[in-house]
Design a protein around this ligand. Structure first.
Ligand code: GTP
Length: 361
């Protein structure tokens, strides 16, 4: 028996406005929520009990998954009335665990898409008799990340904040958002107050002499925290670049729900995912994008590397490039949204030839 905790209580501010109507881990990537992909992978690695650490929009998880009947695992919920941070959430979840004090417990950040070998991480923790094993990945540009240098025996030497000078880039290894904890350590995290696992718990464990190891795995890894990463992650799943047992029905270039209608001369490709009851009209192009349920794309419109929220209509000839359009919008014809432009839900815009960009003109 192996237990896992999924941290899914964050507000997902970087993905607004999409996260106004659904928590980030429940937004569809390649047709199903990131949480479903993660639980499917955890189950394949032998996990049979998952505790979701919820806070923001917790009901969405409960109504989607119940007790886990459709997922093949037992699902329990640990709710935080006020968010307790990544470490406080672990302490809050701990009382729902069934593992013994020395058993391994897996922890996943709820917004990470990865093909790493979960069983190898647990085996490494066990073989090294570690207190905590962190899944680390290597990135070309580590500047936006906290760094985790290790020694030749994989022992973590430090948890370093984002580097601000070239000298501070002492390694390309970063915390990839999945850990194995000895269960008793989760019980020792302070209760009832916000705690950051990255900034407080891990450095504290190092200081107290705990045996913390890094497990480097360089398979597919992506943090879905930003709109561009979100569409890329979805497209990678659709194209099979990111592995997940939960992707069903992709033709390798697109995943189109059976109830969607796509005109014969429209193009849906580059890993696009098209939700329930969507309509893509004649001559439109949907490339590397995510259309949530009930979206209508007008004739000749071009949607590239963008996300379109539920029940939104995009007018004929409108161009979206790296844009995020919220739910229930009515966007007129011949508009242009580029470079990170975001449109809030329920927005109505008339037909016009105007360019909206998040970049200064
Ligand atoms: P941003 O607001 O865009 O940074 O997103 P976020 O709120 O999801 O924060 P972040 O990406 O740093 O969180 C990493 C993971 O931890 C995500 O899966 C979050 O859902 C989760 N998380 C963050 N804070 C909390 C919290 O206070 N409680 C719980 N239960 N989970 C949290």
């Amino acid at each position: 028996m192996l237990e896992a905790i999924l941290l899914v209580g964050g507000q997902g501010t970087r993905l607004r406005p999409l996260t106004l109507s659904a928590p980030k881990p429940m937004l569809p990537v390649a047709g199903v929520p990131c949480t479903t992909h993660q639980i499917a992978r955890a189950r394949a690695a032998g996990v049979d009990h998952v505790v979701l650490g919820t806070s923001y929009q917790a009901d969405v998880f409960r109504s989607a998954y119940g007790h886990g009947e459709g997922l093949g695992v037992q699902l329990t919920y640990a709710h935080e009335e006020t968010p307790l941070g990544t470490g406080g959430a672990l302490r809050n979840v701990a009382e729902h665990l069934r593992s013994g004090p020395d058993d391994p417990v897996l922890v996943f950040n709820g917004d990470v898409l990865s093909g790493f070998d979960i069983e190898a991480l647990v085996a490494h923790w066990r073989d090294a008799r570690a207190d905590v094993a962190l899944y680390l990945t290597r990135v070309e540009d580590p500047r936006p990340f906290g760094l985790v240098p290790t020694d030749a025996q994989h022992k973590v030497l430090a948890f370093l904040e984002k580097p601000s000078t070239p000298e501070e880039i002492v390694t390309d290894q970063i915390n990839a958002g999945c850990y194995v904890f000895r269960r008793s350590l989760l019980d020792e995290i302070p209760a009832g107050r916000p705690v950051s696992v990255e900034r407080e718990t891990f450095p504290g464990l190092l200081q107290s002499g705990a045996h913390v190891i890094g497990h480097v795995d360089t398979s597919y890894w992506l943090d879905l925290g930003t709109p561009l990463a979100f569409v890329r992650g979805s497209a990678d799943l659709v194209r099979g670049i990111a592995p997940s047992p939960a992707v069903v029905g992709s033709n390798g270039e697109a995943l189109i729900h059976a109830s969607a209608q796509v005109a014969a001369d429209a193009q849906v490709s580059a890993g696009s995912a098209v939700g329930r009851n969507c309509i893509v009209h004649s001559g439109a192009k949907v490339l590397g994008s995510v259309l949530m349920d009930g979206v209508v794309i007008g004739a000749g419109a071009v949607v590239r590397d963008s996300v379109v929220g539920r029940s939104t209509r995009i007018g004929a000839g409108t161009h979206l490039h790296e844009a995020v359009i919220g739910d229930n919008c009515d966007i007129g014809a011949h508009n242009e949204f580029t470079s990170g432009a975001r449109v809030w839900p329920e927005t109505a815009l008339p037909d016009m030839a105007v360019r909206f960009s998040a970049e200064p003109a």
